[in-house]
Design a protein. Sequence first.
Length: 216
Amino acid sequence: MPEKNIQLADRFADDYDSQVTKNNWTGPEVLFNLCKEYIQPGQALLDLGIGTGASAFPFKNAGIKITGVDASLEMIRVCRLKKITENLCQINIETMELPFEKQSFDMVISNALFHLVHPIDLLFIKISEILKPSGIYAFTYESAKDLSGYKETEPGIWQMITETGVTTFKHKKEYISNLLKENNFRKLKEKTFLAYYNKELDKEFYFSAVLAEKKN
């Protein structure tokens, strides 16, 4: 994650939960509902970009053992206060390896992460390695239907630097589908949804949620 993005996350950590509530951020609910039928108590789950724990919380309540990583120390601090898990560590997944053994997780989730990280192709390789056979990877990414203000930097990848200096990315659906195929995943479900409405900008933001299974 670019350093400017991490700095913003640190500043935003204490106010994050109230802001996502105000903007009706639906990502955690959509992601959990996508995974619900595949959940079994006692499974091990890795949340990449756990933030304050909003996405991990329903999985914890379902009896899942959570491990979380995030680039922001302040986000991790807030998450730790919620007692979702003690297995939390700071990792910038753009520049650092994931320190987990092969086939050590039943499920991996990453919610609202890809639009802040580049590149993501190496991440898919690592996720495939740390998932058990038939393991589940569930994630969201920002829809690329509206690309106004964005510039294509690579085939299927679009980038914009916001007024606050944050670098954001959008990925074409075909780009994501190819990453899944190249890394031994079978797509099981996909859903595009209204993720949140920003009242200040008077703008709707749409994301896609994907659930994929690692092939045996």
